[in-house]
Structure formats: structure tokens, C-alpha cells
Design a protein around this ligand. Sequence first.
Ligand code: DGT
Ligand code: CA
Ligand code: ZN
Length: 571
Amino acid sequence: MTNLQIAQIFYEIADLLELQGIDWKPNAYRKAARSIEALQQDVSEIYSTKGFKGLLEISGVGEGLGKKIEEFIETGKIREYEKVKSSIPEGVEELMHVQSLGPKKAFRLYNELGIKNVSQLERAAKEGKISILKGFGEKSEKDILEGLDLVRKGKERMLLGNALPIARQLEFYLRKINGVESVQVAGSIRRRKETVKDIDILVIAKNPEKVMNAFSSMPNISKVLAKGETKCSVILKEGLNADVRIVPKKSYGAAMQYFTGNKDHNIIMRQMAIKKGWKLNEYGLFNLKTNKQLAGETEEQVYKKLGLNYIEPELRENTDELKTKLPKLIQYNSIKGDLHLHTNWSDGNNTTEEMVNAAIKLGYEYIAITDHSKSERIANGLDEKRLAKHIEEIELLQKKYPQIKILKGAEVDILRDGELDYADKTLSQLDVVVTSVHSGFKMNKEEMTKRILSALDNPHTTILGHPTGRLINQRNPYEVDMSKVINSAKENNVLLEINSFPSRLDLNDVNIKSAVESGAKLCINTDSHSKEHLNLIEFGIAQARRGWAEEKDVVNTWKWREFERFLTRKK
Ligand code: DGT
Ligand code: CA
Ligand code: ZN
């Protein structure tokens, strides 16, 4: 259970180096970290089966960083990390994650005002001490206070993309214990909510004591909060809590139903039971008078007895799922292609060919290579000349790999005035154009809506990328009239992206549901910046399910021929 721990350390080293004004190196750490946190397999497992060589197969990991991973696996520490950490007071690093600050400004606040942590930052902003500094203003204080709110929320709730792999490892660990019959993750993770407070696990076991002992002595525990006969609560080194409960077999379904939640969904279920003269709790569904158990061993039984069809966990948010006909939800294995991928032509870790091979491995029928456009200088965006070369490369690869359709694409910036970052002549050479807002987030709602609608009106636009621009726990969505965007996307046959990146998940569930209800079409993309990221697609699918999407709504569940028809109709 080391992936997230190592990724967290690498991100922190990167931040600390950046705070000290060191360039290039932080980026190398971040590139490796973002591959490691998306790995399907634990690095310690990779290391024990394939050795050091196996570590070098992770994109972004070379000899130097490989050695650091090896050091962590073997000693639980990375000396370089301890070293850079000691050079800056604890807490300063967190400052740079506050929206609008970044490393340079954070370091200035530390240097000039002696601000060493977020609570001192909050006080200084509230007392107006920051606005008087050169380069800051009253607006900065407002931004900082808004940013602090997000940082605080982020401390309470971890991204699903980070929590789910840990939960799966805990599940795997518990299943191996003798006498354990069943292990299931419940709570918000089972509902695939975008952020989670903790990991809730239910276990059926013959020998509860053994499970309690094994769980409370796992290697990645930083503190045991409570340990009883059937319940154990711990804090994990990755920074979130995990609870395990042993439940009786005859109550397992009722317990799963109860602890999956959400709370509002449960309350309505309980009211439905009461209306029938029954009672529903985590032990089962009972007849109030006789106390006889009517259901409870499986969830299906509980729903059925109450006159309901089984409800998928992703829908259990008390948004109509107990009142209306349920959708035929998109399945986790239904994706036929990924339409938003970066390569090392811009800011990706891997070559185009490596990305093609990774997509073939997943069995995809088609992909679109969509590197950044020229205005994205930091991301090494492509000017027209490099784009032409990149297109040539894609055409060559298409000949070499006839088993997959490789679409020529780009992720093109929507400039402030709504124009796209390439002229129509250039865009017309591409099969797939993802248009995205990457700068100028602070426009008012009317201007931003106009800007995006103008991009949707461009006949070359295929997809609107990460439509609200939010970064969960880091940046709020920009202001935009989503219903106008959805309508225009539908009119113009533009796809609305569900970006699978765990920090984006953009569109979110609520917006997906509106899009589906309006009849606009969607696509689920990973926005991969390394070959490991292709696996993040499951988070986009989860979000689509939470938004009630069916396969008919999501074009990249369609076979290539069908999707091709969509593309040509667009032209
Ligand atoms: P979170 O905040 O990400 O941990 O979200 P959940 O949904 O996992 O919430 P948690 O861990 O507090 O509780 C797990 C489930 O237990 C929750 O989804 C529903 C159930 N639950 C918790 N408290 C109550 C309650 O007071 N009433 C009912 N009916 N159910 C509850
Ligand atoms: Ca929970
Ligand atoms: Zn992208």
C-alpha cells in the first residue's frame, strides 16, 4: 500500500523544491507522481516481482527517481525528502496550494510577513496585511480566503481517485485472513462519490477477533482510534480513516444497504418500511409486531420486499431514484475509445506510439491524440508547424497499427474572446477538436458563457473539454450558464466531456443528469498525460452513472462505425 504514500512524498518534494526557486526538477517529481498514483498495481508488488527494472517501466521514472522508490520500499523513508523538508518550516508548503498564490507568492508571504501556515495566512488576509504588499491587492485577499476554504475542505475529504485504490487494497488484505467469508467496501466509496471522508468496510467472518487484530496491525496505519469486538477504526498513513465492522451473515444485505447510504436515501427507505408497519435498520427489515425478520441477508431482498427494483449504489443519493423509473446505466466495460490523450509532444509523459500501444492493450477500437495548442506555452503547446509534423507521425502510426483507429486531434484553447487557438484552415485537418478553457477563469458569467458558446458554434469543435474548469479541492468552477451550454452543445452536435481525471470529474453528476435530460451527447475521456492514466476511465464512468447516463448518451461506448457516422455527420 505504497503508491499514494510515494506519490504524496514526490508531490511534496516537488513543492518544496519549487518554493526554493529550483526549476525543472519539481516537474520531474510531479510527472512520476502522477503516474504512480494512477498505477493499477502497488509499486512494492511491481518491485518484488520485477525488481528495479519494473520500476523503470513506470512512465516518468528514471534511474534517480527509481532509486528513491526503492529506498522507500526498503526503508519506509526517502532521505532526500527529509532533507528538503528540514530546509523550510512545516506549513509553508501548504500555502502554495492556496488558489491564486503558487510558490513565488507563498514564499514572499513567508519571507516578508513571516507567515508560516494557513491559519496565519487567514489572519493576515482578514486583517488586511496582505493587500498592502506590492503585487497583492484587496482582490488577492478575497481570493486567498476563498482558496483557504477549499484547502480546508480538501483536508476533510480525499479524492475518490486516491481513496478507492486504498480501499481495494484493504479489501484484498482482509479477504486473505482465515475465516473471512466476505468483504465489501460500503459508504461514499461504494457510491463512487467524487470525494470521501473515510473508508467503510463490512466483513462476514467466523473469527472476528482475528480480523480485528489483523486490521489494527496493518503496515500503513498511523493510529488505532478504537478497537472492539466487532468494530475497528484507524487512521491510515495516507491521511484518511478506515472503519471495519463485522456483521452477522443474516444481516449482511441490510448492513450493506445501511452503510452504503447515503443518509437521505436511507431515511426515505425507512419511512417506506414504517408505512408498511415494518422497521428497517442495519440488522434487517423486521415486522414491528412480531419482530420477525422479513429481509436482510441480501440488499436485493431488502429493496424487493419494499416493492423496489435493486438500485445501483451510484444512484443512491436521494435524487429521484426512489420515485421514478431507473435508467439502464452505462456499464464499466462499455468504453470503446478515449478521445482526449496527451503525448510528450506537449506535456504528456509518453510518446504517441506508447499511448497507442496502451490503448490497444485495453482493447479500444479508436483513440484521439489531442495535444495542447500553441497558447499553452508552459505545456509546450504545438504551433502549426509542429502540429503538421505530429499529424504526419500519427498517419505513420496508423499504417503500423491498423487494429486501432488513431484520430488526429488537438486540445485547442478557447481564447478570451471566444476564438480558437488555431485558424479554421488548421482545424479542418483534424478529426477531433477538443476545445477547452485553460486561462482567464475569472470572467463574469455572461462573458464566460458567450466565450464558450462561441467555441461551440465553431463547426470544427467536436468536444467541449472539462466544461466547468473546476479542480476539486483546489479551484471552483468558473461561472457559466450551464443550461445554455448544454442546449448549444445539443444544437451544434458538440460532445460534452466527462473528464475522468480524479481532480476534475468535470462535468459533475448534477450537470451530467441535466445534459442527459436535455438530450445532449456526452463522451467520457481520461485526459491522460501518461499511459497509466488510461485506467482512470473508471472514474469518468462512475460519474456518468451517478449522472444517470446510459450508453446511448455516451458516444464513445459506440462501436467505431457508429461513432464514425457521428463524426461525419458533424462535418
Ligand atoms: P462520507 O462523508 O464520504 O464518509 O460519506 P458516507 O456516506 O460514507 O457517510 P458516513 O461514513 O458518515 O456513513 C456511512 C453510511 O452510514 C451513510 O452513507 C449512511 C449511513 N448513516 C450514517 N449515519 C446515519 C444516520 O444518522 N442515519 C441513517 N439512516 N444512516 C446513516
Ligand atoms: Ca464514509
Ligand atoms: Zn487535456
